[in-house]
Design a protein around this ligand. Structure first.
Ligand SMILES: Cc1ncc(COP(=O)(O)O)c(C=O)c1O
Length: 393
């Protein structure tokens, strides 16, 4: 179905689905590495007009294309390129648009490995990055240099839940012809549309909400325009960052229930955040659905809902946080997020442990910060789980 006028709930189910000769309702898994040509001219044509027909799965495959078209439709972009992981999506953006001597402005609270890849790996290739508090537009503006090629933000940010005004940053980027890339993993296209708000590129770890079942690692980059899509596709092919057809099939299946899962988890999250905020052992809760969140108004404006993620700190700091995490019975003590299961983790020793402590603190990741990804279990059970663990603190 190609009708982009339909609701997101309809498109998440039907967009991209391939009609085969048997009338399969679901796009089949084309588990093949290569595709036979009808004759030499057919092969030559397909090599010349990449994107029309299939010849090799590293370049494209019907099952993978089906998923790319569906997510692109939800993000309202020109074209999508799926990748083996969220990190390969992040790296694809950097490899495609950055050259030695270029400069990047990056939000200072982004996924740990994204921060590491810019501050170590790309630095070694002569690409400098200024990490700024992207919630402050003036900081973004003043970090721009003559050689700035890319502004990269994540909103809500992992794990601080800081919200960046996408339209505000897009204005700054647009004035200077700088590309704006937004990691939309924490929201999914159901809650936030960065391309509509002025971004040029949106990317996801589809390991999270888009797949939603904690059983696949995958990523995607969606370009707003053809001129951005072409170079991304070419680099993906050369770097071999493609996903596998079976992986694509599973993610496509997960995507079909995106809105239902996000709505349900978000409903739980609001109740939990309200419970935590009034609990005497909790110092601070960061959740965009609470009026106490510093960017509550921006979140309300640019997100359809506050989502299913939050972070919080206990009054007893790190030791209290550890006791809480070690005593959770329903929430699994595990990294990742955006699945139907509730997960709890400790950024300072887990997802963001690769960063020096000073850098973590600068980004608002204190030693006692706990990240909580809310699933679709019963809200009362999750609250009871937290209440029992807090008793032990
Ligand atoms: C916001 C964000 N971006 C990117 C990634 C990387 O994704 P993956 O683990 O699928 O490589 C993650 C992983 O947690 C993430 O949270």
């Amino acid at each position: 179905m190609k009708d982009d006028s339909k609701s997101i709930e309809t498109r998440q189910v039907h967009s991209g689905t391939i009609k085969d000769q048997f009338g399969s309702v679901v796009t089949p898994i084309y588990q093949t590495s290569t595709f036979a040509f009808e004759n030499v001219d057919d092969g030559a044509y397909k090599f010349k007009h990449k994107g029309e027909g299939y010849f090799y799965t590293r370049v494209s495959n019907p099952t993978i294309k089906d998923l790319e078209d569906a997510v692109t439709s939800l993000e309202e972009g020109y074209g999508g390129i799926s990748t083996s992981s969220g990190m390969s999506a992040v790296n694809l953006v950097f490899w495609t648009f950055l050259r030695p001597g270029d400069h990047v402005v990056c939000g200072d609270s982004v996924y740990g490995p994204t921060l590491s890849v810019l501050s170590t790996f790309f630095k070694e290739f002569g690409i400098e990055t200024s990490f700024v508090d992207a919630t402050q537009l003036a900081e973004v503006q003043s970090a721009i240099r003559e050689n700035t090629k890319l502004i990269y933000i994540e909103t809500p940010a992992n794990p601080t839940m800081a919200i960046t005004d996408i339209e505000g940053v897009a204005r700054i980027a647009g004035q200077q012809n700088i590309l704006l890339a937004v990691d939309n993993t924490f929201c999914s296209p159901y809650l936030q549309k960065p391309l509509r708000l002025g971004a040029d590129i949106v990317l996801h770890s589809m390991t999270k909400f888009i797949n939603g079942h904690a059983d696949v690692v995958s990523g995607i980059v969606i370009a707003k325009e053809r001129s951005i899509f072409g170079p991304l596709m070419a680099k993906k092919n050369l770097l071999g960052l493609n996903m596998d057809p079976h992986q694509a099939f599973l993610v496509r299946r997960g995507l079909k229930t995106l809105s239902v899962r996000v709505e349900r988890a978000q409903e739980n999250a609001l109740k939990i955040a309200q419970f935590l905020e009034q609990h005497p052992k909790i110092d601070k809760v960061s959740y965009p659905g609470l009026k106490s969140h510093p960017q509550y108004e921006i979140a309300k404006r640019q997100m359809k809902g506050p989502g299913a993620l939050m972070s919080f700190e206990l009054k007893g700091g790190l030791e209290a946080g550890k006791t809480l995490m070690n005593n959770m019975k329903i929430a699994a003590l595990a990294v990742s997020l955006g699945g139907i299961e509730t997960l709890i983790q400790h950024p300072a020793t887990m997802t963001h442990s690769g960063l020096p402590r000073q850098q973590r603190l600068y980004s608002g990741i204190t030693d006692g910060l706990v990240r909580y990804s809310v699933g679709i279990e019963g809200a009362n059970d999750l609250i009871e789980d937290l209440a029992n663990a807090l008793e032990k603190v």
